[in-house]
Ligand binder design. Structure first.
Ligand code: QV4
Ligand code: CA
Length: 511
């Protein structure tokens, strides 16, 4: 029995489904557009202590510098080469970040843009983040090098050369996504160049990859690239560890391409999660929190052990990609905190927390025409993430991950890890509660009336600090307290007008 357990533990540790987070850390964090220098110090001063498992970073490879509009965030999804220089920093800074984060047990996952190079419409020249020459019209990317042979121009069968119909899997994979030059991933040369880039990052010490635009790549081509990857760097990871893989596939149903085609390669982003949770918390379409009782596979989501979940991402928080108007973001802070709280309390999937910057939104006919605005910057140079005396961030960095309610739910998820979903209660409407074994318990009131009742928590008797209204500091609670009786029950009351209409307690918040 012991031997079997040991074997299965090793199996889990090897697989591409495992984020290789340090024991007792679960959630991952997207530090969108952060500089490497800021991420390094954030790992050391905050993330390790607060129990974050790892960080998804913006693409580290050279991209086209776009000046019309001026330095949009999305220029980073237009590769020019695999050299490591971007607005986030140079190669030395990247290496320094990976080392420092790993040394405090926080992993780094790279956003790998390997489906395409930059858009055909960019002018030839050296307007790129490392200054390398490229000529998209001639398919010249000498810093890789790629040439005309390495693109899908001949393979794509649409008249425009772009994707015209998402019900045709071949054109989704072989044609251009919004004008982006589509790489011929069936060629061994192209696979090798991409694998060299990813192996370079693995050897530096990254723990895995988000594979951008995976829907636009054949699962078999992705597999052929992954088969060329090294094991993780043994300075920080056990011998034989495979890189963590999560593939960006937007599958809300009704298209030719299904998430399940990608399960063999690694995890897949579950976009239904944020779209549905937003609808429930907003109480749109007759949805209510009571229906969350069978949240997860019960809602038609992919298997939990294949899913990477999030409330919002860098695309759909500004109307790109999928999810639509139901997506909750920091702009709707009250509902957002509830949604992120629910996600982190619930056992389904690997959870990713979003950390954003503020931009000036300007809606015309319901669309934000400023959806392109890049990170806070001085003449294009990304601004430092400064920290205010109250621990929030300055320079227009939102730092949702530093909001008490979110940061404390990351700790809740760590403590609840591996515990079953238990003691569900609901009022048939938008008041719900559930526990995680005998480790943690959470109660929500998203109704228009107050909640006041006694619930079975499953927790040992004692006094617990609510980690939503405050923290446990020393032997005291800075927020409200919950008294669990010998029989595991406790009284809860939550006003519907509270700024945060939910309460969460766990083994680590017990006095
Ligand atoms: C424009 C026209 C095109 C035309 C082209 C001609 O709109 O019709 O073909 O010019 O040159 C930007 C612009 C876009 C522009 C294009 C090329 O928004 O208007 O095309 O560049 O210059 C991000 C942004 C995109 C951006 C892209 C590249 O979201 O707007 O395109 O970066 O800079 C689908 C996919 C999914 C994708 C999602 C957004 O299935 O994979 O759309 N999500 C990922 C990333 C996302 C990124 C990409 C994929 C591409 O999360 O951030 O797109 O790498 O659902
Ligand atoms: Ca493609």
């Amino acid at each position: 029995m012991k031997f079997f357990l040991l074997l299965s533990a090793v199996g889990v540790c090897w697989a591409q489904y495992n984020p290789h987070t340090r024991q007792g850390r679960t959630a991952i964090l997207h530090l969108f557009e952060w500089r490497w220098a800021d991420i390094a110090v954030e790992c050391e001063r905050y993330l390790a202590r607060k129990g974050f498992g790892g960080v998804q970073v913006s693409p580290p490879n050279e991209n086209a510098v776009i000046t019309n509009p001026y330095r949009p965030w999305w220029e980073r999804y237009q590769p020019v080469s695999y050299k490591l220089c971007t607005r986030s920093g140079n190669e030395d800074e990247f290496r320094n970040m990976v080392t420092r984060c790993n040394n405090v047990g926080v992993r780094i996952y790279v956003d790998a843009v390997i489906n395409h190079m930059c858009a055909e419409s960019n002018a030839p020249g050296t307007s790129s983040t490392c200054g390398n020459y490229y000529n998209p019209q001639n398919r010249e990317f000498p810093a890789v090098p790629y040439s005309g042979w390495d693109f899908n121009d001949a393979k794509c069968k649409t008249g425009s050369g772009g994707i015209e119909n998402y019900n045709d899997a071949a054109q989704v994979r072989d044609c251009r996504l919004t004008g982006l030059l589509d790489l011929a991933l069936e060629k061994d040369y192209v696979r090798t160049k991409i694998a060299e880039y990813m192996n370079y990052l693995i050897d530096i010490g990254v723990a895995g990859f988000r594979l951008d635009a995976s829907k636009h790549m054949w699962p078999g081509d992705i597999k052929a690239i992954l088969d060329k990857l090294n094991n993780l760097n043994t300075n920080w990871f056990p011998e034989g560890s495979r890189p963590f893989i999560f593939q960006e596939v937007i599958d809300l149903g009704g298209e030719a391409i299904k998430s399940s085609e990608y399960f063999g390669n690694g995890r897949v982003t579950e976009f239904k999660y944020g779209a549905k949770l937003g609808t429930v918390i907003r109480k749109w379409n007759g949805e209510k929190m009571a229906y969350l009782k069978n949240w997860g596979e019960g809602w038609g989501f992919m298997p939990s052990d294949r899913a990477l979940v999030f409330v919002d991402n860098h695309d759909n928080q500004r109307g790109h990609g999928a999810g639509g108007a139901s997506i909750l973001t920091f702009w709707d802070a009250r509902m957002y905190k509830m949604a992120v709280g629910f996600m982190l309390a619930h056992p389904y999937g690997i959870a990713r927390v979003m950390s954003s910057y503020r931009w000036e939104r300007h809606f015309e006919n319901g669309k934000d025409v400023n959806d392109w605005i890049g990170p806070p910057n001085n003449n294009g140079a990304t601004k430092e993430v400064t920290i205010n005396p109250d621990t929030t961030c300055g320079n227009d960095w939102v730092c949702e991950h530093r909001w008490r309610q979110i940061r404390n739910m990351v700790a809740f998820r760590n403590i609840a890890d591996g515990e079953p979903f238990t003691n569900w209660w609901d009022n048939g409407s938008n008041q719900v509660a559930f526990g995680r074994g005998n480790k943690a318990f959470i109660v929500f009131n998203n109704d228009d009336w107050s909640l006041s009742l006694t619930l079975q928590t499953g927790l040992p008797a004692g006094t617990y600090c609510d980690v939503i209204s405050g923290d446990k500091v020393g032997g005291d609670c800075t927020g409200s307290r919950v008294y669990v009786s010998d029989d595991g029950t406790a009284e809860f009351s939550i006003s519907n007008t509270a700024e945060d209409p939910f309460i969460a307690i766990h083994a680590g918040s017990k006095l």
